[in-house]
Structure formats: C-alpha cells, structure tokens
Design a protein around this ligand. Structure first.
Ligand code: NAP
Ligand code: GDD
Length: 338
C-alpha cells in the first residue's frame, strides 16, 4: 500500500532531501509551503511535476490551514521540519520564533489528536543540538541536560517536551531527532558553512574582496543533510517513537572551516592579530580576505557542540556516510560550478 507523508518545511534544505528520499521509496508526499512573492524554492524545483508530490499553501502560525490539511488527508507520517531556523535571527524575532518553532509543534500534534489519528499517524520533530546550548557535558547525548542559549533554542525546547508529552500521554508514535549541524550544497547562504563556501569561491573568482564573519572560535559537529534525513526516516520506521541524537562525533571550529575552504582554491591564508574583532585573514599578497564584523556575534553564544550518536547507531543502524572533508568538498565543488 502506498504510504502518505506530510513534510512541513519542504522548501528548506532538509525538506528537499527528505522529499527526494520519500518519493524514491514510492511515498505520496504532501508538502506545506508558505506563499512567497518569489519563485518556489530551487531545492524542490526538479520535483515539482512529480506525480506523487502535492504542495499546499499553509503556515505553522495559521491553525486553520493545518486543520484543513489534516481533515482532507490521512497522513501515515508527518515530518515537522518547518521552522524559523536561524539562531541569530531568533534574537531579532523572538516572539515569531516561539510561535512557529514552539507552538507550531503543538498545533500539529493537536491536529493529529483531535482528529482521532493518534494510532494512525507517526510524527517526527526536528529537534536540535541547540537545546544543549551552554553545554553541561561533552559529548552531548540523549541524557545530557538542556541549557538553551537563544530564543530559537528555548522555542525548540518547548517543541521537544511537547512531543515527549504527547507520546507519553496519548501513545502517539512521535520522535525527536536531536540533530547536530548538517550542511550541503542546498544550505541557506546565511549559515556559516555556506556563507564561507560562497564567499571563498567569489574571492577566488575575483568577484569579492573579503568575507565578514563573527566568532571564528565557535566549534561544531558538522555533518551532511543527506545522511541526516536518512536518520529521520529510520526513526519513523522504528517499532516505537523515541528521541535520538544524530551527529558525526567530530569537532571543528569556524576558523578551521575558513582555512579548509581557502585551501581548496589554493589561496594561502594567514591570520594576523589577536583573536577578536581586530583579527584579520590575509592572502599571500597581503590582501585582507577575512574581516571580523561584531554584527555577526550573538548576544549569547553556543561555543561548542559535539554529539554522541551511539544510540542511533545501535538502535537504528544509522551511520553517516560523509565526513567533514567530503561534505566541504561537495559544497565547494557545487559553488564553483553553479
Ligand atoms: P531551512 O533550510 O531554514 O528550512 C526551513 C523550512 O521551514 C523552509 O521550508 C521554510 O519555508 C519553512 N518555514 C519557515 N517558517 C515557516 C512557517 N511559519 N510556516 C511554515 N513553514 C515555515 O532549515 P533546515 O536546515 O532544512 O532545517 C530543517 C529543520 O531542522 C528546522 O526545523 C531546523 O530548525 C531543524 N534543524 C536544522 C539543523 C541543521 O543544521 N540544518 C540542525 C538541527 C535542527 P521558506 O522556504 O518559505 O522559508
Ligand atoms: N551564521 C553565521 N554567520 N554564523 C557565524 C558567523 C557568520 O558570519 N561567524 C561565526 N559564526 C558562528 C556562529 O556564531 C555559530 O557559533 C557558528 O558559526 C554556526 O552558526 P550557524 O551556521 O548560523 O549555525 P548554528 O549552529 O547557529 O545553527 C544551526 O545549527 C543548529 C543545530 O546545532 C541551524 O541550522 C539551526 O537551525 C540548528 O538547530
């Protein structure tokens, strides 16, 4: 029997990869998209005419559009990927972020519950390593206490506990994927990996003089989105709903990322000055190619995130295929040729 899935956030990075994965498996895929004035997302442009894909206008801040969708279709699986997903922006739009990233989760679960679908619809929530924020232990696992450091992290904490509560209260097959940073050629250009990749390629092509960044010493556990959507799928197929960390277990700094990208285009980068707002990166000719702009600092920073994915490996048989190096190589190659 053909399974039917709903993906909220289908126009985002993960939504694009997940739509590809589910369509390949023969699913009927419904996607929630916001009405925007520009063209629909490039990430699903190649899927738009797929006979098993149907897009619906809606918004996580609009309960009516969600209710209508659940009323008209029987979803076997719901993947809630929609979010205001930028941590820095959440400090500028805290209320909106709370509404979409926190209350939005509750709205979807209430649609499932009030329409009597608790035994028929499985639910995946895009939880995040940002829940660990100012980390209390390293590496972080499913048992590490949370300490969110941004309106985004706080809103996602509400979503995390709501999923757990609906699982325990109503027996819904609902899972939290606590995903560490994951990137790809489809990553939004305002996230640090893509910003660096695209900036370095423009510098190499002579189209831009320098890139401006914030905290170079933040450290992250960066994986590839393609591996992580496979993990989401496996959580939903498992016998019962649960919470899982997906991570690579490898730690790199923003500084290392900058160095790796310049290295990939044969530009020798040298750092000058003390770490902080006055530090610069220069090339072999003395040109400044990296500057620090304090506008990109956050009111409260998450210094280090490093995940322990043992549970996902043991219970779901999940293992990332990409390494930090192969992920950067793919992003650089894509930026150089597109
Ligand atoms: P993304 O590229 O920013 O995509 C976010 C998606 O949510 C887009 O489709 C966006 O639509 C949609 N959206 C935003 N506000 C909405 C609203 N009010 N109503 C309906 N849809 C809305 O994010 P991503 O990297 O794919 O991440 C997917 C999910 O995983 C997010 O929930 C994110 O918080 C979470 N997460 C991501 C990472 C990561 O490293 N990528 C790690 C952990 C958790 P538009 O295209 O119209 O903007
Ligand atoms: N965006 C950005 N821009 N970040 C910068 C910059 C810059 O110019 N300079 C330094 N950084 C640092 C940030 O301060 C942060 O410590 C780190 O680079 C990563 O920033 P982002 O790429 O914006 O990602 P994030 O870690 O804040 O959030 C992403 O990962 C979360 C999972 O841990 C997002 O995808 C979230 O949605 C996701 O939940």
């Amino acid at each position: 029997m053909t399974k039917t899935a709903l993906i909220t956030g289908i126009t985002g990075q993960d939504g694009g990869y997940l739509a590809e994965l589910l369509l390949d498996k023969g699913y009927m895929v419904h996607g929630l998209q916001r009405r925007v004035s520009s063209e629909p997302s490039r990430r699903i442009a190649h899927l738009i005419n797929h006979p098993n894909l149907k897009l619906h206008y809606g918004d996580l801040s609009d309960t009516g559009s969600l209710m209508k969708l659940f009323d008209l279709h029987l979803f076997n699986e719901v993947y809630n990927l929609a979010a205001q997903s930028h941590v820095r922006v959440s400090f500028d739009m805290p209320e909106y972020t709370a509404e979409v990233d926190g209350i939005g989760v509750l709205k979807l679960l209430e649609c499932i519950r009030t329409l009597g679908m608790t035994e028929h619809t499985r639910f995946y929530q895009a939880s995040t390593s940002e829940l660990y924020g100012k980390v209390v232990e390293t590496p972080q696992s499913e048992t590490t206490p949370f300490y969110p450091r941004s309106p985004y992290g706080v809103a996602k904490q509400f979503g995390f506990w709501t999923v757990k509560n609906y699982r325990e209260s109503y027996g819904i097959h609902a899972s939290n994927g606590i995903l560490f940073n994951h990137e790809s050629p489809w990553r939004g250009s305002e996230f640090v990996t893509q910003k660096i990749v695209q900036g370095v390629v423009k510098i190499a092509k002579g189209e831009q003089s320098h890139i401006e960044l914030g905290n170079l010493d933040a450290e992250r556990d960066w994986g590839h989105a393609k591996d992580y959507v496979e993990g989401m799928y496996r959580m939903v197929q498992h016998d019962y709903g649960d919470d899982y960390v997906l991570a690579t277990g490898e730690l790199h700094s923003v500084r290392e990322l900058v160095e790796a990208c310049f290295d990939a285009v044969d530009i020798r980068l040298r750092w000058e000055g003390k770490p902080g707002p006055d530090e610069i990166g220069v090339d072999e000719n003395g040109n400044t190619i990296v500057k620090i702009n304090p506008d990109f600092y956050r009111p409260a920073e998450v210094d280090l995130l490093l995940g322990n994915p043992t549970k996902a490996k043991e219970v779901l048989g999940w293992k990332p295929q990409y390494t930090f190096v192969s992920m950067i190589e793919e992003m650089m190659q894509f930026a150089l040729t597109n």
